[in-house]
Design a binder for this molecule. Sequence first.
Ligand code: PMP
Ligand code: GLU
Length: 402
Amino acid sequence: MTFQRSPNLAHLKSSETVAISTEAKRRKAAGENVLDLGVGEPDFDTPALAAEAGIAAIRAGKTRYAPNVGIVELRQAMAKALSAMSGGRAVDPERLIVSNGSKQSLFNTCFALFGPGDKVLIPSPAWVSYPQIVHLTRAEPVMVPGSPEWGLKVSVADLEQHRDEHTRGLILCTPCNPTGAVYTRTELAAIAKWAVEHDIWIVCDEIYRRIHYGSGPAPSLFDLGEEVLDHAVVIYGASKAYAMTGWRIGAAYAPPEVTKAMAAMQSHTTTGANQPAMWAAATAFGDPGVDADVERMVSAFRRRRDYLVARFHDQASGVEFIEPHGAFYVFFRVDGIAPGLTGSSFCERIMREEGVALVPGGAFGDDRWVRLSFSVSDAELEDAADRLMAFIGRLGGKLAAV
Ligand code: PMP
Ligand code: GLU
């Protein structure tokens, strides 16, 4: 029988970030000397305390269906952790719903909030899955280009320019994948005020919140008033700060009726998250012993970030890049390095000629750029930076400082 895609999948493309990391893993397994700076996941092992809690849960027979919205221990631990990061503000565990990774939380959120005829604003460049998920809801993603003078972030004026009477939502990501830019509290407050004024849902993906190079966690919607949280869904999860990508635990914090709608959806799709993984995550969020591990990982990311930024300044001073304030990515611009160069051609050539996997900016909506993920060991990063700088030098000759 011939397969014809359902109209549900009219816009569907598979994830380029996932594809690049699969390809890099394949090459490595085949014995090639490939440095994978494409993948967006921490290179660290899950903190031992959390991993042990997952193992203990299996041994204790906590292997059956769990409550669809998540075990209460995890919701409480997460609420407490979110509260502590925002000066002890009230965070209601009942408003949290746990899913199989924050990707599912985002999917549930968008499905609950948006549908045909709606438009959803997405600051661009944007993580690959946002426009895809919005398309799956049959709403229309509207990309809002960020401003180059402002770390490719958007302002209220940029958003207002793209708003019309169909605009129902905005998906923000801070710290941002792919740029590493972080919205300040003042910027978030201004955007939130605008969204509340125009009855626009803010979906704020804060999965990288603890990977922040300023002091403390990155600013959050949880730092703003209750009225903002009544117009928002905050996405959080264990994958990044706790190095738990494979456990697949994410969560959404939403107004009660939205949480309820998502719970109903989830009751027909995944019946909630994996139970042993939820116990592991409850320890990750709740056990103060895990904090030292998170801090060790964040300081390693900070060291690597400083190292790379210095290498860009010293050896590729003509190459524009966003200095990351959070997450573990450097987003740099390649179209000025050599005539006709695009993110895709740069990535294809550096993989072939230097064995370095990177992600073309086209995956995030702007192929003048390339994303580098510095979630590799210090030694690998140094090797990759040597290869990258040599490659840029070869392409562009000696780049003049701008
Ligand atoms: N949001 C952003 C911005 C991400 O980079 C990722 C990483 N894949 C996710 C959400 C999803 O993470 P997970 O499903 O592992 O929680
Ligand atoms: N978020 C990561 C990335 O951007 C993991 C891959 C994915 O889920 O897209 O590379």
